[in-house]
Design a protein around this ligand. Structure first.
Ligand SMILES: Cc1cc2nc3c(=O)[nH]c(=O)nc-3n(C[C@H](O)[C@H](O)[C@H](O)COP(=O)(O)OP(=O)(O)OC[C@H]3O[C@@H](n4cnc5c(N)ncnc54)[C@H](O)[C@@H]3O)c2cc1C
Length: 388
Protein backbone atom coordinates (compact mmCIF):
# COMPACT_ATOMS: atom_id res chain seq x y z
CA UNK A 1 0.00 0.00 0.00
CA UNK A 2 1.49 3.36 -0.92
CA UNK A 3 1.63 6.38 1.34
CA UNK A 4 -1.02 8.26 -0.64
CA UNK A 5 -3.67 5.59 -0.16
CA UNK A 6 -2.65 5.14 3.45
CA UNK A 7 -3.21 8.83 4.02
CA UNK A 8 -6.91 8.30 3.41
CA UNK A 9 -7.55 6.44 6.60
CA UNK A 10 -6.87 6.58 10.28
CA UNK A 11 -9.26 6.43 13.17
CA UNK A 12 -9.29 7.02 16.86
CA UNK A 13 -9.84 3.88 18.88
CA UNK A 14 -12.48 3.84 21.56
CA UNK A 15 -10.04 3.30 24.42
CA UNK A 16 -8.31 6.44 25.56
CA UNK A 17 -10.02 8.60 23.01
CA UNK A 18 -13.52 7.81 24.19
CA UNK A 19 -14.77 11.19 23.10
CA UNK A 20 -18.50 11.22 23.69
CA UNK A 21 -18.96 14.66 22.25
CA UNK A 22 -16.59 16.89 20.42
CA UNK A 23 -16.47 20.62 20.56
CA UNK A 24 -13.78 22.41 18.58
CA UNK A 25 -11.74 24.36 21.11
CA UNK A 26 -9.26 26.24 19.01
CA UNK A 27 -8.92 27.60 15.51
CA UNK A 28 -7.63 25.33 12.75
CA UNK A 29 -3.84 25.50 12.63
CA UNK A 30 -2.06 26.16 9.35
CA UNK A 31 -0.62 22.97 7.86
CA UNK A 32 2.83 24.08 6.84
CA UNK A 33 6.40 22.83 7.01
CA UNK A 34 7.16 20.46 9.90
CA UNK A 35 7.53 22.39 13.16
CA UNK A 36 9.56 19.85 15.01
CA UNK A 37 12.13 17.23 14.16
CA UNK A 38 10.55 14.05 12.81
CA UNK A 39 9.77 11.59 15.55
CA UNK A 40 11.48 8.22 15.21
CA UNK A 41 10.06 5.21 17.00
CA UNK A 42 11.24 1.62 17.29
CA UNK A 43 8.69 -0.58 15.55
CA UNK A 44 6.60 -3.44 16.85
CA UNK A 45 7.45 -6.73 15.13
CA UNK A 46 3.84 -7.56 14.44
CA UNK A 47 3.48 -11.01 12.90
CA UNK A 48 1.49 -14.16 13.56
CA UNK A 49 4.55 -16.17 14.56
CA UNK A 50 5.16 -13.79 17.49
CA UNK A 51 1.72 -14.39 19.06
CA UNK A 52 2.18 -15.96 22.51
CA UNK A 53 -1.40 -15.98 23.84
CA UNK A 54 -4.94 -14.70 23.44
CA UNK A 55 -6.98 -13.84 26.53
CA UNK A 56 -10.66 -13.13 27.12
CA UNK A 57 -12.37 -10.99 29.76
CA UNK A 58 -16.00 -9.94 30.26
CA UNK A 59 -16.23 -6.26 31.20
CA UNK A 60 -19.06 -5.64 33.71
CA UNK A 61 -21.08 -2.99 31.87
CA UNK A 62 -24.27 -1.28 33.00
CA UNK A 63 -25.97 1.15 30.60
CA UNK A 64 -26.67 3.49 33.52
CA UNK A 65 -23.14 3.24 34.93
CA UNK A 66 -21.57 1.71 38.01
CA UNK A 67 -23.54 1.18 41.23
CA UNK A 68 -22.19 2.85 44.35
CA UNK A 69 -24.67 2.87 47.21
CA UNK A 70 -25.48 1.41 50.63
CA UNK A 71 -28.39 -0.98 51.15
CA UNK A 72 -29.69 -2.94 54.10
CA UNK A 73 -29.83 -6.74 54.08
CA UNK A 74 -31.25 -8.13 57.31
CA UNK A 75 -29.11 -6.46 59.96
CA UNK A 76 -26.20 -5.85 57.58
CA UNK A 77 -25.09 -2.85 55.59
CA UNK A 78 -24.28 -3.87 52.02
CA UNK A 79 -22.30 -1.30 50.11
CA UNK A 80 -22.47 -1.98 46.39
CA UNK A 81 -19.46 -1.06 44.28
CA UNK A 82 -19.72 -2.79 40.91
CA UNK A 83 -20.38 -2.33 37.20
CA UNK A 84 -17.26 -0.46 36.08
CA UNK A 85 -17.40 -1.58 32.41
CA UNK A 86 -14.11 -0.99 30.61
CA UNK A 87 -12.97 1.52 33.21
CA UNK A 88 -12.49 -0.49 36.40
CA UNK A 89 -8.69 -0.39 36.39
CA UNK A 90 -8.91 3.39 36.00
CA UNK A 91 -11.69 4.26 38.43
CA UNK A 92 -11.39 1.75 41.25
CA UNK A 93 -9.50 3.91 43.77
CA UNK A 94 -12.19 6.54 43.42
CA UNK A 95 -15.20 4.30 44.01
CA UNK A 96 -13.24 2.41 46.71
CA UNK A 97 -12.65 5.64 48.58
CA UNK A 98 -16.32 6.62 48.27
CA UNK A 99 -17.48 3.14 49.35
CA UNK A 100 -15.25 3.51 52.41
CA UNK A 101 -16.91 6.84 53.24
CA UNK A 102 -20.23 4.98 53.25
CA UNK A 103 -18.78 2.25 55.50
CA UNK A 104 -17.45 4.83 57.97
CA UNK A 105 -21.02 5.83 58.76
CA UNK A 106 -21.41 2.40 60.30
CA UNK A 107 -20.14 1.61 63.82
CA UNK A 108 -18.53 -1.79 63.14
CA UNK A 109 -14.86 -1.70 62.15
CA UNK A 110 -14.80 -5.20 60.70
CA UNK A 111 -15.69 -5.44 57.04
CA UNK A 112 -16.18 -8.18 54.48
CA UNK A 113 -15.29 -7.42 50.88
CA UNK A 114 -16.85 -9.67 48.26
CA UNK A 115 -14.58 -10.01 45.24
CA UNK A 116 -10.86 -9.83 44.64
CA UNK A 117 -10.57 -8.05 41.32
CA UNK A 118 -9.26 -4.50 41.17
CA UNK A 119 -12.44 -3.07 42.70
CA UNK A 120 -12.38 -5.50 45.64
CA UNK A 121 -8.66 -5.10 46.31
CA UNK A 122 -8.71 -1.31 46.25
CA UNK A 123 -11.86 -1.24 48.41
CA UNK A 124 -10.18 -3.57 50.90
CA UNK A 125 -7.08 -1.35 51.02
CA UNK A 126 -9.12 1.81 51.51
CA UNK A 127 -11.06 0.19 54.34
CA UNK A 128 -7.81 -0.91 55.99
CA UNK A 129 -6.41 2.60 55.70
CA UNK A 130 -9.44 3.81 57.63
CA UNK A 131 -9.05 1.34 60.47
CA UNK A 132 -11.17 -1.61 59.33
CA UNK A 133 -10.13 -5.24 59.83
CA UNK A 134 -10.96 -6.70 56.43
CA UNK A 135 -11.62 -10.17 55.05
CA UNK A 136 -11.93 -10.66 51.31
CA UNK A 137 -14.34 -13.42 50.25
CA UNK A 138 -13.97 -14.29 46.59
CA UNK A 139 -14.69 -17.13 44.21
CA UNK A 140 -11.42 -16.38 42.40
CA UNK A 141 -8.31 -14.33 43.11
CA UNK A 142 -5.64 -12.93 40.74
CA UNK A 143 -4.57 -14.03 38.21
CA UNK A 144 -8.07 -15.50 37.67
CA UNK A 145 -10.10 -12.29 37.58
CA UNK A 146 -11.39 -10.09 34.78
CA UNK A 147 -9.09 -7.38 36.08
CA UNK A 148 -6.10 -9.53 35.06
CA UNK A 149 -7.48 -9.64 31.50
CA UNK A 150 -7.41 -5.87 31.19
CA UNK A 151 -5.29 -3.90 28.68
CA UNK A 152 -4.95 -1.60 30.92
CA UNK A 153 -4.65 2.10 30.32
CA UNK A 154 -6.21 4.98 32.20
CA UNK A 155 -9.52 4.94 30.29
CA UNK A 156 -12.02 6.24 32.84
CA UNK A 157 -14.98 6.48 30.46
CA UNK A 158 -14.45 3.40 28.34
CA UNK A 159 -17.52 1.14 28.14
CA UNK A 160 -18.77 2.82 31.29
CA UNK A 161 -22.18 4.32 30.60
CA UNK A 162 -24.72 4.90 27.87
CA UNK A 163 -24.47 8.65 27.51
CA UNK A 164 -28.25 9.15 27.41
CA UNK A 165 -28.70 7.23 30.70
CA UNK A 166 -26.67 9.65 32.79
CA UNK A 167 -28.29 11.30 35.80
CA UNK A 168 -26.98 14.32 37.72
CA UNK A 169 -26.47 12.06 40.78
CA UNK A 170 -24.41 9.54 38.85
CA UNK A 171 -22.43 12.28 37.13
CA UNK A 172 -21.51 13.76 40.52
CA UNK A 173 -20.34 10.36 41.76
CA UNK A 174 -18.33 9.81 38.60
CA UNK A 175 -16.67 13.22 38.79
CA UNK A 176 -15.59 12.60 42.36
CA UNK A 177 -14.42 9.06 41.62
CA UNK A 178 -12.36 9.93 38.56
CA UNK A 179 -10.56 12.79 40.28
CA UNK A 180 -9.64 10.65 43.29
CA UNK A 181 -8.54 7.77 41.07
CA UNK A 182 -6.43 9.96 38.78
CA UNK A 183 -4.46 11.29 41.73
CA UNK A 184 -4.12 7.98 43.53
CA UNK A 185 -2.78 6.17 40.49
CA UNK A 186 -0.20 8.90 39.97
CA UNK A 187 1.14 8.22 43.45
CA UNK A 188 1.66 4.54 42.52
CA UNK A 189 3.95 5.25 39.58
CA UNK A 190 7.00 2.98 39.60
CA UNK A 191 8.06 -0.64 39.31
CA UNK A 192 6.46 -1.81 42.58
CA UNK A 193 2.89 -1.31 41.31
CA UNK A 194 3.66 -1.49 37.58
CA UNK A 195 2.10 1.92 36.88
CA UNK A 196 3.91 4.08 34.31
CA UNK A 197 3.40 7.11 32.11
CA UNK A 198 3.90 6.34 28.45
CA UNK A 199 3.04 8.21 25.24
CA UNK A 200 0.11 7.16 23.09
CA UNK A 201 -0.15 7.99 19.40
CA UNK A 202 -3.40 7.94 17.46
CA UNK A 203 -2.67 8.06 13.71
CA UNK A 204 -5.46 9.87 11.85
CA UNK A 205 -6.29 11.79 8.72
CA UNK A 206 -8.92 13.79 10.53
CA UNK A 207 -7.43 17.07 11.56
CA UNK A 208 -10.23 17.72 14.05
CA UNK A 209 -9.87 14.37 15.74
CA UNK A 210 -7.65 15.45 18.61
CA UNK A 211 -9.52 18.65 19.36
CA UNK A 212 -12.61 17.37 21.11
CA UNK A 213 -13.08 17.20 24.83
CA UNK A 214 -14.44 14.20 26.66
CA UNK A 215 -17.70 15.62 27.96
CA UNK A 216 -17.74 13.33 30.98
CA UNK A 217 -14.30 14.22 32.26
CA UNK A 218 -13.50 17.19 34.50
CA UNK A 219 -10.92 19.62 33.17
CA UNK A 220 -8.26 18.35 35.58
CA UNK A 221 -8.41 14.86 34.03
CA UNK A 222 -8.60 15.83 30.33
CA UNK A 223 -4.81 15.67 29.86
CA UNK A 224 -2.83 17.31 27.11
CA UNK A 225 -2.79 16.45 23.42
CA UNK A 226 -0.52 17.51 20.61
CA UNK A 227 -1.48 17.11 16.98
CA UNK A 228 1.63 16.09 15.09
CA UNK A 229 1.64 17.52 11.60
CA UNK A 230 2.72 15.83 8.34
CA UNK A 231 6.45 15.21 8.48
CA UNK A 232 6.58 15.25 12.26
CA UNK A 233 5.65 11.62 12.86
CA UNK A 234 6.33 8.14 11.43
CA UNK A 235 2.71 7.01 10.97
CA UNK A 236 1.06 6.25 7.60
CA UNK A 237 -1.53 8.97 8.09
CA UNK A 238 -1.54 12.70 7.73
CA UNK A 239 -1.59 13.49 11.44
CA UNK A 240 -0.90 11.70 14.70
CA UNK A 241 -2.34 12.73 18.04
CA UNK A 242 0.20 12.47 20.82
CA UNK A 243 -0.85 12.31 24.43
CA UNK A 244 0.59 11.08 27.70
CA UNK A 245 -1.18 7.98 28.98
CA UNK A 246 -1.03 6.09 32.25
CA UNK A 247 -0.38 2.38 31.86
CA UNK A 248 -1.18 -0.21 34.51
CA UNK A 249 0.41 -3.66 34.25
CA UNK A 250 -2.36 -5.85 35.70
CA UNK A 251 -0.27 -8.78 36.99
CA UNK A 252 2.23 -6.57 38.80
CA UNK A 253 -0.44 -4.17 40.06
CA UNK A 254 -2.93 -6.71 41.38
CA UNK A 255 -0.21 -8.80 43.05
CA UNK A 256 1.18 -5.66 44.72
CA UNK A 257 -2.29 -4.70 45.98
CA UNK A 258 -2.79 -8.22 47.34
CA UNK A 259 0.64 -8.11 49.07
CA UNK A 260 -0.21 -4.77 50.66
CA UNK A 261 -3.56 -6.15 51.80
CA UNK A 262 -1.95 -9.19 53.45
CA UNK A 263 0.83 -7.07 54.97
CA UNK A 264 -1.84 -4.96 56.68
CA UNK A 265 -3.33 -8.08 58.27
CA UNK A 266 -6.03 -8.78 55.69
CA UNK A 267 -7.46 -12.28 55.27
CA UNK A 268 -8.65 -14.00 52.11
CA UNK A 269 -11.30 -16.71 52.02
CA UNK A 270 -12.01 -18.48 48.74
CA UNK A 271 -15.77 -18.78 48.59
CA UNK A 272 -18.52 -18.42 46.02
CA UNK A 273 -21.81 -16.89 47.16
CA UNK A 274 -24.87 -18.26 45.43
CA UNK A 275 -27.58 -16.04 46.97
CA UNK A 276 -27.76 -12.99 49.26
CA UNK A 277 -28.76 -15.45 52.01
CA UNK A 278 -25.16 -16.75 52.05
CA UNK A 279 -24.02 -13.23 52.89
CA UNK A 280 -26.34 -12.96 55.87
CA UNK A 281 -24.33 -15.76 57.50
CA UNK A 282 -21.07 -13.74 57.49
CA UNK A 283 -19.84 -12.49 60.86
CA UNK A 284 -19.09 -8.96 59.56
CA UNK A 285 -21.98 -6.51 59.59
CA UNK A 286 -20.47 -4.25 56.90
CA UNK A 287 -20.17 -5.93 53.49
CA UNK A 288 -18.78 -4.27 50.36
CA UNK A 289 -20.01 -5.95 47.20
CA UNK A 290 -17.31 -5.84 44.51
CA UNK A 291 -18.33 -8.90 42.53
CA UNK A 292 -18.27 -7.21 39.11
CA UNK A 293 -20.30 -9.15 36.58
CA UNK A 294 -21.00 -11.72 39.32
CA UNK A 295 -23.44 -9.23 40.87
CA UNK A 296 -25.90 -10.01 38.08
CA UNK A 297 -26.60 -13.52 39.39
CA UNK A 298 -25.88 -12.83 43.04
CA UNK A 299 -28.05 -9.72 43.46
CA UNK A 300 -30.25 -10.09 40.39
CA UNK A 301 -29.05 -6.89 38.75
CA UNK A 302 -30.99 -6.81 35.47
CA UNK A 303 -28.77 -4.20 33.84
CA UNK A 304 -25.39 -5.88 34.03
CA UNK A 305 -24.23 -7.12 30.66
CA UNK A 306 -20.80 -8.33 29.54
CA UNK A 307 -18.75 -6.47 26.99
CA UNK A 308 -16.51 -9.28 25.85
CA UNK A 309 -12.92 -8.18 25.33
CA UNK A 310 -10.16 -10.16 23.70
CA UNK A 311 -6.44 -9.40 23.77
CA UNK A 312 -3.78 -11.01 21.62
CA UNK A 313 -0.26 -10.82 23.00
CA UNK A 314 3.01 -10.73 21.08
CA UNK A 315 6.49 -11.52 22.40
CA UNK A 316 7.61 -8.62 24.64
CA UNK A 317 9.76 -5.89 23.10
CA UNK A 318 11.25 -3.79 25.91
CA UNK A 319 12.33 -1.08 23.45
CA UNK A 320 8.67 -0.25 22.68
CA UNK A 321 7.64 2.43 25.16
CA UNK A 322 4.68 3.95 23.33
CA UNK A 323 1.13 2.80 22.67
CA UNK A 324 -1.02 3.29 19.58
CA UNK A 325 -4.74 3.75 19.01
CA UNK A 326 -6.08 3.04 15.53
CA UNK A 327 -4.01 3.42 12.38
CA UNK A 328 -5.41 0.61 10.26
CA UNK A 329 -7.85 1.08 7.42
CA UNK A 330 -8.96 -2.54 7.46
CA UNK A 331 -9.23 -3.07 11.20
CA UNK A 332 -10.89 0.26 11.98
CA UNK A 333 -13.28 0.40 9.05
CA UNK A 334 -16.52 0.19 11.02
CA UNK A 335 -17.53 3.23 13.07
CA UNK A 336 -16.84 2.75 16.76
CA UNK A 337 -14.53 -0.19 16.16
CA UNK A 338 -10.84 0.38 16.56
CA UNK A 339 -7.61 -1.31 17.46
CA UNK A 340 -4.98 -0.44 20.02
CA UNK A 341 -1.53 -1.54 21.12
CA UNK A 342 -0.15 -1.33 24.65
CA UNK A 343 3.44 -2.38 25.38
CA UNK A 344 3.90 -4.17 28.69
CA UNK A 345 6.63 -6.24 30.30
CA UNK A 346 4.50 -9.36 29.76
CA UNK A 347 4.05 -8.71 26.04
CA UNK A 348 2.90 -6.37 23.32
CA UNK A 349 -0.84 -6.29 23.94
CA UNK A 350 -3.13 -5.94 20.92
CA UNK A 351 -6.78 -5.18 21.58
CA UNK A 352 -9.86 -3.53 20.17
CA UNK A 353 -12.85 -5.79 20.76
CA UNK A 354 -16.00 -5.08 22.73
CA UNK A 355 -18.87 -7.50 22.07
CA UNK A 356 -22.02 -6.69 23.95
CA UNK A 357 -23.89 -9.48 25.71
CA UNK A 358 -21.44 -12.12 24.51
CA UNK A 359 -20.77 -14.53 27.39
CA UNK A 360 -18.55 -17.12 25.71
CA UNK A 361 -14.93 -17.37 26.84
CA UNK A 362 -13.93 -18.88 23.48
CA UNK A 363 -11.50 -17.04 21.22
CA UNK A 364 -13.27 -15.22 18.38
CA UNK A 365 -10.99 -15.98 15.43
CA UNK A 366 -12.53 -13.33 13.20
CA UNK A 367 -11.88 -10.61 15.77
CA UNK A 368 -8.40 -11.96 16.48
CA UNK A 369 -7.57 -11.79 12.78
CA UNK A 370 -8.94 -8.24 12.51
CA UNK A 371 -6.87 -7.00 15.43
CA UNK A 372 -3.62 -8.82 14.56
CA UNK A 373 -3.81 -8.07 10.82
CA UNK A 374 -4.62 -4.44 11.60
CA UNK A 375 -1.42 -4.10 13.58
CA UNK A 376 0.62 -5.98 10.97
CA UNK A 377 -0.72 -3.49 8.41
CA UNK A 378 0.11 -0.49 10.60
CA UNK A 379 3.65 -1.49 11.52
CA UNK A 380 4.50 -2.75 8.01
CA UNK A 381 3.33 0.58 6.63
CA UNK A 382 5.52 2.41 9.16
CA UNK A 383 8.46 0.18 8.20
CA UNK A 384 7.95 0.95 4.50
CA UNK A 385 7.72 4.67 5.19
CA UNK A 386 10.94 4.59 7.22
CA UNK A 387 12.71 3.06 4.22
CA UNK A 388 11.63 5.79 1.78
C1 LIG B 1 -9.97 -6.82 27.20
C2 LIG B 1 -10.20 -5.85 28.35
C3 LIG B 1 -9.55 -4.63 28.33
C4 LIG B 1 -9.76 -3.73 29.38
N1 LIG B 1 -9.06 -2.56 29.36
C5 LIG B 1 -9.23 -1.68 30.36
C6 LIG B 1 -8.47 -0.48 30.38
O1 LIG B 1 -7.67 -0.21 29.48
N2 LIG B 1 -8.67 0.36 31.43
C7 LIG B 1 -9.55 0.09 32.43
O2 LIG B 1 -9.69 0.90 33.34
N3 LIG B 1 -10.26 -1.05 32.43
C8 LIG B 1 -10.13 -1.93 31.42
N4 LIG B 1 -10.88 -3.08 31.41
C9 LIG B 1 -11.99 -3.23 32.36
C10 LIG B 1 -11.56 -3.78 33.69
O3 LIG B 1 -10.81 -4.95 33.52
C11 LIG B 1 -12.81 -4.04 34.54
O4 LIG B 1 -13.57 -2.85 34.66
C12 LIG B 1 -12.42 -4.49 35.93
O5 LIG B 1 -11.64 -5.65 35.83
C13 LIG B 1 -13.62 -4.77 36.82
O6 LIG B 1 -13.10 -5.13 38.05
P1 LIG B 1 -13.96 -5.85 39.15
O7 LIG B 1 -13.10 -5.98 40.35
O8 LIG B 1 -15.28 -5.18 39.28
O9 LIG B 1 -14.30 -7.30 38.54
P2 LIG B 1 -13.44 -8.64 38.49
O10 LIG B 1 -12.03 -8.41 38.17
O11 LIG B 1 -14.23 -9.54 37.59
O12 LIG B 1 -13.53 -9.20 39.96
C14 LIG B 1 -14.73 -9.75 40.48
C15 LIG B 1 -14.41 -10.55 41.72
O13 LIG B 1 -15.63 -10.96 42.30
C16 LIG B 1 -15.62 -12.36 42.51
N5 LIG B 1 -16.98 -12.85 42.42
C17 LIG B 1 -17.89 -12.67 41.43
N6 LIG B 1 -19.04 -13.28 41.74
C18 LIG B 1 -18.87 -13.86 42.95
C19 LIG B 1 -19.70 -14.63 43.81
N7 LIG B 1 -20.94 -14.94 43.46
N8 LIG B 1 -19.18 -15.06 44.99
C20 LIG B 1 -17.91 -14.77 45.33
N9 LIG B 1 -17.09 -14.04 44.56
C21 LIG B 1 -17.55 -13.58 43.39
C22 LIG B 1 -14.70 -12.88 41.40
O14 LIG B 1 -14.22 -14.17 41.73
C23 LIG B 1 -13.59 -11.80 41.44
O15 LIG B 1 -12.72 -12.05 42.50
C24 LIG B 1 -10.66 -4.03 30.41
C25 LIG B 1 -11.30 -5.27 30.42
C26 LIG B 1 -11.08 -6.17 29.41
C27 LIG B 1 -11.76 -7.50 29.44
Amino acid sequence: MDRRSLLKFGALASVGFAVEGCAPKTARPQVSAPRRAPLRLPLVNASWDRVIRTTIGLRPHRPSGFVLKADKLDGKTIIHNFGHGGAGMSLSWGTASMATDLAMAHGDRRAAVLGSGVVGLTSARELQRHGFAVTIYAATVPPDTTSNMSLAGFTPTSGLIQFSSRTPEWDAQFQQAVQIAYRRLQLLIGPKYGVTWIVNYAPTDNEQAGRGTNLLLPESVQGSRTILQPGEHPFPTKYAIERPEMRIEPSIYLDALMSDFLLWGGKVVIRKFETPRDIIGLSESVVVNCTGLGAKALFGDPELVPLKGQLTVLVPQPEITYGTSGGSRVASAEPGVGIHMMPRSDGIILGGTSQRDVWTMEVDEKERTRVVEGHIELFNAMRNLART
